[in-house]
Design a protein around this ligand. Structure first.
Ligand code: CAA
Length: 380
């Protein structure tokens, strides 16, 4: 595996860094405080081609590789992890699956505006009683003429109130366990489809998360994605891609906290010298830098394998597991290095500490990643 970035990858990383520093960072504290969705920023991300980064240009995407996507995600998440997850869901969980498994008509109608960033997507798999055990879908769909009628509830849906198009999973044949699950494309505004209020969250507060409810919601037959009974495979294959997206988000959060801690340690004096000169601080910084580098390499490795058309399931899970735990450890140490300043909103590492936690939970908890890795290494 070669780790030298190409000229194009470096350029995309630089573009993302400048955009993050100039357009996202200055307002991140306020958005977090007010739990305010970054509508204008998401629009600009679309203009930069960052909402459909890996989608083929024939479907209005930017046609970039997965490594470029990861690098951009890291830069964006470094200054605001909420913006990172909004971008990740549209790229990894929505446009990825639609490009691979939707009909040409669905791609024309829904994928193109999503890839341009004109519309926003959401991925509705989790339910009140189906989180890690995703086969236990209680949302049901039955056929009536040319329509499928959905009834049920979804939980913890990122972009839940702001999205225009939702990929919704439902049981179409209860007897068949995961082979009886089907994926549907549901438009906001479809009668019978409503969303709940925004959750009041610990972190990633300016992204919006809510429940969805389906009450005799009629979806046209042509909005079935892939085919009837393929929904679980759709979800699992999509989540593999989601996992290097969240790994990139976690690396970005850790990078942001580390840079703030390093800068602070070179300015703050205690016991007659900058605290960066104390070994207690240097050891912390050394561990932080090493873990970030390892997490970044694992993440880029998973993305590189995907770009080469190779199997990357185990590597994506390893990247997410390690990067999310790194994000927790690094942000905790950054708060510790900043001391009292680290505990207040103004210095931002407390937000990064709160934001980091979700990376160990969504798109497969750390426990689920260990299951995926464990199964893969004992099967090989
Ligand atoms: N990639 C591709 N296919 C996979 C797969 C993977 N990683 N894992 C399982 N599958 C396939 C299997 O090959 C099998 O397919 P076939 O029947 O066609 O052979 C099928 O899925 C069922 O496999 P298992 O019997 O092994 O499934 P299981 O019930 O034991 O569950 C699991 C496997 C890995 C635990 C899975 O349930 C899982 O990943 N759970 C976590 C769900 C999750 O990540 N939820 C996140 C919600 S989305 C979110 O957070 C988005 C957001 O808003 C930010």
């Amino acid at each position: 595996m070669k780790f030298t970035l190409t000229e194009e990858q470096t350029m995309i990383q630089q573009t993302a860094r400048e955009f993050a520093e100039q357009e996202i960072a200055p307002t991140a504290i306020e958005r977090d405080k007010n739990a305010e969705f970054p509508t204008e920023i998401v629009k600009k991300l679309g203009e930069l081609g960052f909402m459909g980064m890996m989608v083929d240009p024939k479907y209005d995407g930017a046609g970039m590789d997965t490594i470029s996507y990861a690098l951009a995600m890291m830069e964006i998440s470094k200054v605001d992890a909420s913006v990172g997850v909004i971008m990740s869901v549209n790229n990894s969980l929505v446009t990825f699956g639609l490009e691979r498994w939707a009909s040409e008509a669905v791609k024309e109608k829904y994928l193109k505006p999503l890839a341009r960033g004109d519309k926003l997507g959401a991925f509705a798999l989790s339910e009140p009683e189906a989180g890690s055990d995703a086969t236990q879908q209680h949302t049901m769909a039955h056929k009536e003429g040319d329509f499928w009628v959905l009834n049920g509830m979804k939980n913890w849906i990122t972009n839940g109130t702001s999205a225009d198009y939702y990929i919704v999973f439902a049981q179409t044949d209860k007897e068949k366990r995961h082979k009886g699950i089907t994926a549907f494309l549901v438009e906001k505004g479809t009668p019978g489809f409503t969303h709940g209020v925004k959750e009041d969250k610990l972190g990633i507060r300016s992204s919006d998360t809510c429940s969805l409810s389906f009450d005799n919601c009629k979806v046209p037959e042509e909005n079935i994605l892939w085919e009837v009974g393929k929904g679980f495979n759709f979800a699992m294959n999509t989540l593999n891609g989601g996992r290097y997206g969240i790994a990139s988000q976690a690396v970005g959060i850790a990078m942001g906290a580390y840079e703030k801690a390093l800068k602070y340690s070179k300015e703050r004096k205690a016991f007659g010298t900058e605290i960066a000169n104390h070994q207690a601080i240097q050891f912390k910084l050394a561990d932080m830098a090493t873990k970030i580098e390892a997490a970044k390499l694992l993440t880029l490795q998973a993305c590189g394998l995907k770009d080469e058309g190779k199997d990357y399931i185990k590597e994506a899970s390893m990247a997410k597991l390690f990067a999310s735990e790194t994000a927790m450890e690094v942000t905790r140490d950054a708060v510790q290095i900043l001391g009292g300043y680290g505990y207040v909103r103004e210095y931002e590492v407390e937000r990064m500490y709160r934001d980091a936690k979700i990376t160990e939970i969504y798109e497969g908890t750390s426990e689920i990643q260990r299951i995926v890795i464990g199964r893969a290494i004992t099967r090989d």
